[in-house]
Design a protein around this ligand. Structure first.
Ligand SMILES: NC(=O)c1ccc[n+]([C@@H]2O[C@H](COP(=O)([O-])OP(=O)(O)OC[C@H]3O[C@@H](n4cnc5c(N)ncnc54)[C@H](OP(=O)(O)O)[C@@H]3O)[C@@H](O)[C@H]2O)c1
Length: 259
């Protein structure tokens, strides 16, 4: 039984992709435009948004750290009769860091963009949607498998994504009765500027285009949680089931030897 209405036909749907200037968000925007959706793209880098091909219907630069910037974009969409049917909240940043080498500016930015801005975006869009009622809407969060359990170097990023996934679960529960479907996309490794920071082997890494396809396939099935690639994420789900004693013993092998 699917947890959300299935989205198989994107033609004519108004879709807002937040964090579309590169990586997964950009690939999603391009794929959605090719599938006939009326796509609105946002991110901070307006010039990069303007280079998306095929071009989306509307480009609206936005810094989601700024509530007023989100409000201005929503006002623009409303004035053009383009309030979205579907939102992909993709924007995120990654600052790898260990607990004994915390960089507090990086921690703050991570939580500001990956987590706190999500609350602002959701609050503001729900208010806009309430003023223009419609039968079916969908909000899709892009979180990460890094939020499943404590991982080395993910002190800030993993925690911010665990919180986002929690918000995704709560919003699914609470918004469904209001006709708003909610899904959460949990990618494994995807080759983007974000993972270019990693200096370790990334198993089963996907291209942004593969990630976009897997995301849209999940929405077509009506899944709540869309995780990929399964050959990697299913292992992580098994790790999540382990007792701490076993989990920590296994993860110790992933930590650099500091003895
Ligand atoms: N790559 C992976 O392996 C992986 C795995 C799991 C989850 N994810 C998640 O997937 C999402 C996309 O990441 P990606 O890998 O595609 O990296 P990316 O290429 O760096 O994309 C991140 C996007 O977020 C936007 N963004 C960042 N801060 C923003 C802000 N303050 N306001 C508006 N937009 C902002 C960026 O645009 P501007 O810089 O132009 O603003 C960019 O479009 C992130 O949430 C990430 O955590 C990625």
């Amino acid at each position: 039984m699917s947890l959300n209405p299935k989205i198989k036909d994107w033609s004519g749907l108004k879709v807002w992709v937040v964090g579309a200037s590169s990586g997964i968000g950009r690939a999603l925007a391009e794929s959605l435009t090719r599938r006939g959706a009326r796509v609105i793209v946002s991110a901070r880098r307006a010039q990069t948004l303007a280079e998306i091909a095929p071009p989306p219907e509307i480009v609206l630069a936005c810094d989601i750290q700024d509530d007023a910037s989100i409000a201005a974009v929503i006002a623009q969409m409303r004035s053009r009769d383009m309030l979205p049917d579907v939102v992909f909240w993709v924007a995120g940043v990654y600052h790898p860091m260990a607990c004994d080498a915390l960089e507090l500016d990086g921690v703050r930015e991570t939580f500001q963009i990956n987590t706190l801005a999500a609350y602002s975006g959701l609050q503001q869009m729900l208010q806009a949607w309430a003023s223009a009622p419609q039968a079916a809407r969908h909000w899709s969060w892009v979180s990460s498998v890094a939020g499943y359990r404590g991982l080395p170097q993910a002190a800030a990023y993993g925690a911010s994504k665990a919180a986002l996934t929690y918000l995704a679960e709560v919003s699914h529960l609470e918004l469904k009765p209001r006709g708003i479907a909610v899904s959460v996309i949990q990618p494994g490794f995807v080759e983007t500027r974000l993972t270019a920071k990693n200096n370790f082997q990334m198993p089963a890494i996907l291209t942004p285009e593969q990630a976009a396809k897997a995301s849209l396939d999940g929405l077509a099935k009506g899944d709540f949680e869309i995780h990929y690639p399964k050959r990697f994420t299913l292992w992580l789900k098994c790790l999540r089931l382990l007792p701490y004693s076993l989990y920590f013993r296994l993860m110790k092998k992933a930590l650099p030897d500091r003895s």
